[in-house]
Write a protein that binds this ligand. Structure first.
Ligand code: UDP
Ligand code: MN
Length: 310
């Protein structure tokens, strides 16, 4: 007998976090603009999974109906309660917060920064892949292109991330670098090849405004559950003398140093950050080396509240 190759249908899960929103907060129109933008530009059937608190949920419902009423497309969406999500990942949050949060806040505001690391517990078990997006994004090209990056994952990759485009990790790694002469935290050189095989051209760290998550691979991975344990995080942060303040992306950056097989580096065009804060704060001389992105932009990211040119 022959077994016909059975190809699972592609799924297009988009996860958004929409919490602590009030009538007049900028996040409200960012969310509106992003939904409208994605709806216009997507050629694939999307499912939205939106993490909300009670009051933000009402605002989200309003924005969704507004976007739908001005479009000829439907939006398929489901809400997830942020407090339930926080409970599901509380062990991860407890491990990460002391190293990667600027000032520990309330119970669920800490959890917000680490959702991507525990999404495999929050998403329904049938969900195999997820794309977690910030709300301050603008798609220049079809979101399908982002999902196609999953097909290029190396077999060991659990997450797909684009580089951080500022010298923030050069800054964070200052103490480590003067002692070790390492290329970690260095900008990507087009020619320089260092002794480090995994990141031969410097390594700027990762930005988590766009996170591709291979949920089924994470659920199967024996290594992953070890890596998010306190022992590993203690080991990594002390080895690199690393004290961050950017949540999950600090952890991904450390994983990029130590366990690069677990992360697929996607190109900077998939998360073209626009924040230039570090240019004016001590790094004017090197900023542009980090900031440059020679790939065509698929997603613009108006981080640190930067206005997105359209
Ligand atoms: N976010 C939220 N409530 C907040 C702040 C942030 O739900 O009060 C979510 C939202 O999805 C946002 C993401 O967290 O896009 C990351 O925040 P932001 O994009 O402002 O950070 P940046 O990219 O500037 O570092
Ligand atoms: Mn952002």
């Amino acid at each position: 007998t022959f077994l016909l190759p059975f190809k699972k249908p592609k799924e297009y899960n988009v996860w958004l976090i929409f919490t602590k929103v009030s009538q007049r907060s900028p996040l409200r129109y960012k969310f509106h603009n992003l939904l409208e933008n994605i709806l216009n530009i997507s050629s694939v059937p999307l499912k939205f999974h939106i993490i909300v608190d009670n009051s933000s949920k009402q605002l989200a419902v309003g924005e969704i109906s507004d976007v739908v009423s001005h479009s000829n497309k439907a939006i398929f969406y489901k809400f997830y309660d942020v407090e339930a999500c926080a409970r599901a990942i509380s062990d991860i949050v407890d491990v990460m917060t002391p190293h990667f949060s600027s000032k520990p806040g309330t119970y669920y505001s800490d959890a917000l920064f680490y959702i991507s690391l525990g999404l495999y517990r929050i998403a329904p078990p049938s969900q195999r892949t997820a794309l977690l997006l910030d709300c301050d994004l603008y798609f220049k090209k079809d979101i399908r292109l982002v999902f196609e990056e999953f097909d290029k994952f190396k077999p060991t990759a659990l997450f797909g991330l684009a580089p951080e485009l500022t010298p923030v990790y050069r800054h964070v790694l200052q103490t480590y670098k003067v002692k070790k002469n390492s290329t970690f935290g260095e900008y990507y050189h087009s020619k320089a090849i260092s002794s480090n095989m995994q990141h031969p051209r410097g390594f700027q760290g990762y930005n988590s405004g766009v996170v591709l998550i291979n949920l089924s691979a994470i659920r199967k991975s024996k290594e992953y559950s070890q890596i998010i344990r306190n022992e590993t995080v203690q080991y990594l942060t002390s080895k690199y003398k690393f004290r961050g303040h950017l949540g999950d992306q600090d952890f991904y950056t450390l994983i990029g140093f130590e366990y690069p097989d677990l992360i697929q580096t996607i190109n900077c065009g998939f998360n073209r950050q626009l924040c230039v804060w570090w240019r004016e704060h001590g790094y004017r001389d090197v900023f542009d080396f980090y900031f440059k992105c020679q790939h065509p932009a698929v997603i613009l990211h108006g981080n640190c509240n930067t206005k997105i040119p359209k």
